[in-house]
Design a protein around this ligand. Structure first.
Ligand code: AMP
Length: 115
């Protein structure tokens, strides 16, 4: 994909508005436009990676993303009672936006992931 066509690259570039909750030189975190829980934040790398498989090839970027997930959880006040972090990858996951993002979900009991 041409990164200029990437929705989340366009959010990074400021071309599409987002409710930003955390930002560093390497990452951006913003509220999901269709929240599935009282807290639903997307944490992305500013650099374009298609998915978590691509991100794994860049340990510094992967580390920055994970650190941002932790900062968002602290800032949202959900370290207790807890939160869920999801990386969708590929069509069976339902992934809609091919720019790596961690979903941080919290604010209610989230139930079992499967079962
Ligand atoms: P995924 O299905 O893992 O690719 O998740 C993509 C997420 O991006 C979905 O939860 C969408 O609701 C969310 N989303 C799509 N467009 C926007 C946007 N403009 N601002 C914030 N979140 C968005």
């Amino acid at each position: 994909m041409n990164v200029t066509d990437c929705l989340f690259c366009r959010i990074v570039a400021g071309e599409i508005p987002a409710t930003v909750v955390y930002e560093t030189d390497a990452v951006l975190a913003f509220r999901d436009i269709r929240p599935k829980a009282p807290v639903h934040v997307l944490v992305i790398t500013k650099q374009h990676f298609d998915d978590v498989l691509a991100l794994a090839s860049d340990p510094a970027a992967a580390s920055a993303l994970l650190a941002a997930v932790a900062e968002v959880a602290r800032a949202e006040g959900v370290v207790e009672p807890g939160f869920r972090t999801i990386f969708n990858t590929g069509p069976d996951s339902g992934m809609e936006v091919p720019h790596v993002h961690a979903h941080v979900l919290a604010g209610r009991p989230l139930g079992a992931l499967a079962g």
